[in-house]
Design a protein around this ligand. Sequence first.
Ligand code: NI
Ligand code: MN
Length: 229
Amino acid sequence: MVKITYHGHACFLLDSGTHRVLIDPFLTGNPNARVGPDAFDDLGAVLVTHGHPDHVGDAVEISKRTGAPIVAPFELAMFCQRRGASVHPMHIGGGHGFEFGRVKLTIAHHGSAFVDKTTEYTGNPCGFLVDLGGKRFYHAGDTGLFYDMKLIGEDAPIDVAFLPIGDNFTMGPEDAARAAELLRPRVAVPMHYATFDVLVQDPSGFAALAADRGVEVAVLGFGETREFA
Ligand code: NI
Ligand code: MN
């Protein structure tokens, strides 16, 4: 049994009871986050899919305070290390066994740079396969639809797939439903919507489209925790 809490945008906490992993912790400045970066302790790792500020978010601060390593593509991990975080760099196609479980990096079709007053390159974006508490999770990161999602689904059966549905920067609901069909998870969970005006989507529309393709969807409310047995 693993508990999943949705903190809005692309941020999820996975909690097996023994181990916790936080993904894309954009809390400060996220209108749908009900908690701040101080809410997390005793993390096995902070996983960050790419360098955009709505994904790196509070990762460096959380790593510095808790000691949890940031797991990210190499260039992004080095970026976080330069800011004082502890890191575990990886890259696409590679997997690694941690105390909490196994992480494997997948491709994602998107950009990856930290952009504020200047633009700092942070490598390629990624998605994550995470084995935790006897369950397999796939966090797609920010991406467009790609046919290799079929391969990702064949790697081992996915229990829960987190898929962006916001359109504009990533897949919209139609492509996310096609992604769900390629991945064939037990449950698909929509993310990366409603944070900004341009990302307004109805997740129940995605649920209907995915159901047409034979995939069940669980829509988590902002701040909601749900158990996946
Ligand atoms: Ni992005
Ligand atoms: Mn994003």
